[in-house]
Ligand binder design. Sequence first.
Ligand code: HEM
Length: 241
Amino acid sequence: MPSFSALALSTLLALSSTPAAALAEGQCQVLESEVTWGFKESFRSYISGSIALGQWTTSGDVGYKTPVFIFTGGEGTIAPDRTGGSVAFEGELLFEGHGGNLRTSLGHPTLVIDSGRSATLVFDVTGDTMDMVSVSADDVEFVTLEWSAGDESVDVATGEWVVTGAQATLTGAGSESFGTYPEGEPFDPVDIRLLVTPSCLTPGGLNPWWVAGGVLGLALLGGGMLWITARARKSPEQERQ
Ligand code: HEM
């Protein structure tokens, strides 16, 4: 009969040799993550200014380095072509002001990658809005992020994916939970840097609509050239008949 320590050792070995099994099939494991966001410059100056006389603090995976909040050490997986996946962070951004009347926490930030160069930042929101409506809502899809092809870079070999200056827009749910700002309000742009398992990502592809448009354009051009050549070959006699 194996001793207790032998059993414990074999269990440990089995556990340590199966991390890949826990990874959803076909997904890339996020090894390093960094989401950099100023939240909203005008809100930061309102909080730290003479009206609210407040401050903000951060905890867990959330840090602050003037003038941006930085989420690091998130866990998750993303699709090799960056059309899905999520990275979850622990910790919170806590805004305080007006002698304690304003105390809004945005906790447990999660970056959810949507298809087609877009993502959502999701938070658990607690606090009172300026209209004094008390809010305590989990998993609020707070802002949507959008970027264009030129804003991102993919290094397949190292597994680094970088998005610079994604446009952040407040959602309806974000507006309801935070108050004051309407849906569609622009927030500060977001930078994303994820490092995943090397060689897991696929290269940045071409948009299929552009490819289809290009093929159609070439076909039309080719057809036009054939028609011109055929007409040019007709002799003047043939033209007169
Ligand atoms: C004693 C309670 C409060 C007072 C007297 C107050 C007062 C004000 C005032 C005067 C402004 C206009 C600032 C400006 O135009 O520069 C403002 C803006 C704002 N307040 Fe409050 N507020 C209170 C509570 C809250 C609470 C609880 C929230 C919740 C988050 C909040 C969120 C905001 C936001 C988001 C803005 C807009 C900031 C911007 O981007 O310019 N306020 N508030």
